[in-house]
Design a protein around this ligand. Structure first.
Ligand SMILES: Cc1cc2nc3c(=O)[nH]c(=O)nc-3n(C[C@H](O)[C@H](O)[C@H](O)COP(=O)(O)OP(=O)(O)OC[C@H]3O[C@@H](n4cnc5c(N)ncnc54)[C@H](O)[C@@H]3O)c2cc1C
Length: 449
């Protein structure tokens, strides 16, 4: 079987790797000069900078098996146990997010009335249709929980706006908990038992990892395993369905495939020329700009212990950054001795224009917030900026119509498949799981765990 894969991000690479193992003849077309999309690491001057993601959550056995099969177990590094500590900013100060019912009861992150409001949660009736995440949380948990828990988390995961994200599409497990159990609190307890049977782990409990040289290690291993199957700096421009799939790439060459998997971002897929397959609707999917700014500081200049995963900033607090990962606290060897590395995310749906500021404006804006929040005194000794003009697809209200379009096209065009963060969930783990399940279930080619 000949399989063509459009896009060499983590989805395309994992799909290609599994297909190749199953004996398929695989060709991956990657528009850029390297694979991995936003998964990209730089080691320089003793610092390690991640351009995009810093961590992967080990939520599915597919992720664990992939690392094992690639022989990367010895290079995998789990986050320091202090990473369980997550700070949320309230009244300009960093407050640990409570991680147990006892800590919640005594935490200063929420007022007494917000805590008491939670007691009503099991009695709130369930929704009869999809609603925005903000409406869902306000209805079940109250405004303060939305402002100081959900809003900052959504900024950290999606760079998104809870008023616009669809609960059903962006947080399907949360939506299902309410639908199935009528209550999030009851559902959390009961679904934990169900997960124990499948080997899945909830995002709250999953272990977080990277590799000794950053997430690039995963991309390098996949790319090495697929070396002769990858065409770099080669985008797919035209696809024609005959009795087989005929692909024309940017060099003008044509290729023939029995199966074609589309993993390029939705806005790029919308531009593909495929007679009788109209993907133009996918252009509507919103991808806000995000900048990731990695800064290194002398430890003595930082007035906070950085003893945790990082800090998330609720919109109501009025800062200009979305949050900061304490990168060198998570994993060893991310900064020279006596220094620290932190990764700050800027822009997203909250303040899209901030992501596109000039280098000096962006740095001033980030430094001003970091000085206030982390009491930083000196200047950064390391600076690395990456801006994604179209960063992360937003699963907004009505997103179901895009998923339906993809399903309909798959039904009407045997051998054509869609996979990627615009369909299977936006995290790296979701992409690995989505790609593996596509090969297992849809293509029926390879039965990996
Ligand atoms: C700043 C940032 C921080 C993030 N942080 C985290 C995190 O901490 N943890 C986490 O789990 N996730 C995180 N994510 C999300 C995660 O990194 C992505 O969702 C995931 O990597 C997407 O993988 P993908 O393969 O679906 O898409 P992509 O990686 O976008 O791959 C698609 C590929 O298609 C290529 N392409 C485009 N057009 C064509 C064409 N016509 N022909 C051929 N190729 C084409 C592109 O060049 C690209 O390489 C983050 C994302 C960003 C942007």
């Amino acid at each position: 079987m000949r399989v063509g894969i459009v896009g060499g991000g983590i989805t395309g690479l994992v799909a290609g790797y599994r297909l190749k193992q199953a004996g398929a003849e695989v060709t991956i077309f990657e528009a850029a000069g390297r694979c991995g999309g936003p998964i990209h690491t730089l080691r320089k001057d003793g610092y390690l900078a991640e351009f995009g993601p810093n961590t992967i959550l080990e939520t599915s056995p597919h992720i664990t098996t992939l690392i094992h099969d690639l022989g990367l177990e010895s290079r995998k590094v789990y986050a320091d146990p202090t990473a369980k500590n997550r700070y949320i900013v309230r009244n300009g100060a960093l407050i640990p997010l409570p991680s147990s019912p006892a800590a919640f009861a005594t935490s200063s992150l929420f007022s007494i009335s917000a805590k008491l409001r939670l007691l009503r949660e099991p009695f709130v009736p369930k929704a009869t249709q999809d609603e925005s995440l903000a409406d869902f949380v306000r209805r079940r948990l109250g405004q303060e929980f939305l402002d100081y828990a959900i809003n900052p988390f959504v900024a950290g995961i999606y760079a998104g706006d809870p008023e616009q994200l669809s609960t059903e599409q962006a947080f399907p497990k949360l939506f299902a908990l309410e639908q199935k159990y009528g209550s999030l609190i009851k559902g959390q307890i009961k679904s934990a038992k169900a997960r124990r049977k499948t080997g899945e782990v909830s995002k709250q409990r999953a272990r977080m990892f990277s590799f000794d040289d950053g997430l690039q290690v995963l991309i390098d291993a996949l790319a090495a395993a697929l070396a002769d199957s990858i065409k770099l700096s080669t985008s797919v421009e035209r696809i024609v369905r005959d009795s087989i799939w005929k692909v024309t790439d940017s060099t003008g060459a044509t290729h023939e495939f029995d199966t074609l998997i589309l993993t390029a971002p939705a806005h790029k897929l919308a531009a593909l020329d495929i007679p009788n397959v109209d993907l133009s609707l996918l252009r509507e999917i919103v991808y806000p700009p995000v900048t990731s700014l990695v800064l290194g500081f002398n430890k003595v200049d930082v007035g906070h212990a950085l003893d945790g995963f990082g800090m998330l900033i609720p919109e109501v607090e009025g800062f200009n950054i979305l949050g900061t990962v304490f990168s060198s606290s998570l994993f060893p060897n991310r900064a020279p001795n006596g220094n620290v590395t932190m990764t700050t995310y800027i822009g997203g749906m909250r303040q899209p224009k901030h992501a596109l500021l000039s280098d000096s404006e962006l740095l001033d804006l980030a430094k001003a917030d970091l000085r206030k929040l982390l009491n930083i005194k000196g200047e950064p000794s390391f600076i690395h900026r990456t801006t994604y003009e179209k960063a992360i697809p937003q699963y907004m209200m009505g997103y179901g119509k895009y998923k339906q379009l993809m399903s309909d096209i798959e039904t009407n065009n045997p051998g054509l498949y869609f996979a990627g963060n615009f369909r299977n969930g936006i995290s790296v783990g979701d992409s690995i799981t989505g790609a593996t399940e596509l090969i297992n279930v849809q293509c029926g080619m390879y039965n990996v765990q």
